[in-house]
Design a protein around this ligand. Structure first.
Ligand code: AHN
Ligand code: ZN
Length: 338
């Protein structure tokens, strides 16, 4: 008999025991000791958003008269916005220049940028246009007269002026830039050239200027949020399709936050609209800052509400609850950034 073919009894016992042990242990490495979740320091609580203050800022802008570029009302309103930002301690940069509108007319441009904690490298960009449309091309009457632009213009700025009050006191997280764009609403009245690429370029001239000549060379930000028409009674905000293309994570963050703080009835989880002409377009395309547009969508008119670009866009359409829903959401999103 071949001696090596028989495992001596003691060895076979050891092999059996070792095999049993391996089976018992599942032949897997022991589970790693649980890694404790990093303990992030608690953030200071998000400040209250004062909707009365936002409303007062909307009313104050309207009271200057239509903020049409190259008018005294426009200059006076711009001065008041700059003064407020300075009083809050922001570093204010004004971009002035001249742009040519669709008619060939040259108009002066004044973008207003309030920089909070300008020394901090990480930034968040909040923006809205502060000019108003020089005519009421969607109205049946007084088509050639400028509109109040309570919703289209003043509402976004009103929300941001109140957000600025809290941002000025924020020590943690990224610095915030509030950009008030000029000459957004001097675009070609709809007609023969609707959808025409050249006609699209006649809108958002201030944002186009900013994107090509940012106030800081190489300017970037984690993300951008544009507010446009955020004050009308019962306004709803759907996920905007171009924002979903360029910045889906930002849309998700904002809509999730809105739902979490009780504004899911305003911020609808449905993509409904494609706004290919607005200030977020050049910021996405030229500066490559992932930026979204919070913009009212009115399913009944499939547009921005029946008052859009008419004389009905006055203070009577503005509702504090809409300003509050948008303002609380934007402030919460910015406050949660570390
Ligand atoms: C158009 O759809 C033509 N413009 C969208 C941007 C806009 C105009 N926002 C305010 N007025
Ligand atoms: Zn407009």
């Amino acid at each position: 008999m071949n001696k090596s073919s028989i495992i001596p009894a003691p060895w076979s016992l050891i092999v059996c025991a070792a095999t049993l042990l391996l089976i018992a242990c599942g032949n897997e490495p022991p589970p790693p000791a649980p890694v404790p979740a990093p303990v992030l320091p608690a953030l200071p609580p998000t400040p209250e958003f004062d909707a009365d203050s936002a409303y007062a800022w909307v009313a104050a802008q309207v009271a200057f008269g239509p903020r049409v570029p190259a008018t005294a009302a426009h200059t006076a309103c711009g001065d008041a916005l700059v003064a407020r930002f300075k009083a809050l301690g922001a570093e204010v940069v004004e971009q002035t220049g001249s742009v040519t509108v669709y008619s060939g007319q040259k108009v002066p441009l004044r973008n207003i940028i309030a920089r909070f904690k300008p020394e901090v490298k990480e930034r968040v960009l909040l923006f809205a246009h502060w000019d108003t449309r020089p005519f009421a091309d969607k109205d049946d009457e007084r088509k050639n007269e400028p509109i109040d632009g309570a919703n289209d213009g003043a509402s976004g700025v009103g929300v941001l002026m109140e957000v600025a009050r809290s941002i000025a006191k924020k020590d943690h997280g990224p610095g915030v830039d509030i950009l008030l764009t000029d000459v957004e609403d001097y675009g070609q009245p709809s007609g023969a050239m609707v959808g025409d690429e050249r006609s699209m370029e006649t809108w958002a001239l201030g944002a186009q200027y900013f994107a090509k000549n940012p106030h800081v060379s190489g300017y970037t930000a984690r993300f951008g949020i544009l507010l446009d028409m955020v004050g009308a009674k019962d306004a709803k905000f759907y996920r905007e399709a171009l924002s979903m293309q360029f910045a889906p994570a930002v849309v998700n963050k904002v809509w999730r936050t809105a739902a979490a703080i009780g504004h899911g009835d305003r911020f609808i989880q449905e993509t409904k609209y494609f706004v290919g002409i607005d200030d977020h377009v050049p910021v996405n395309k030229v500066l490559r800052i992932p930026s979204i547009d919070i913009i009212q969508y009115d399913p009944s008119t499939q547009a921005f509400g029946p008052y859009w670009h008419t004389h009905d866009d006055n203070l009577s359409v503005i509702d504090r609850e809409t300003l509050r829903a948008v303002g609380r959401t934007v402030l919460e999103v910015v406050w949660q950034e570390r």
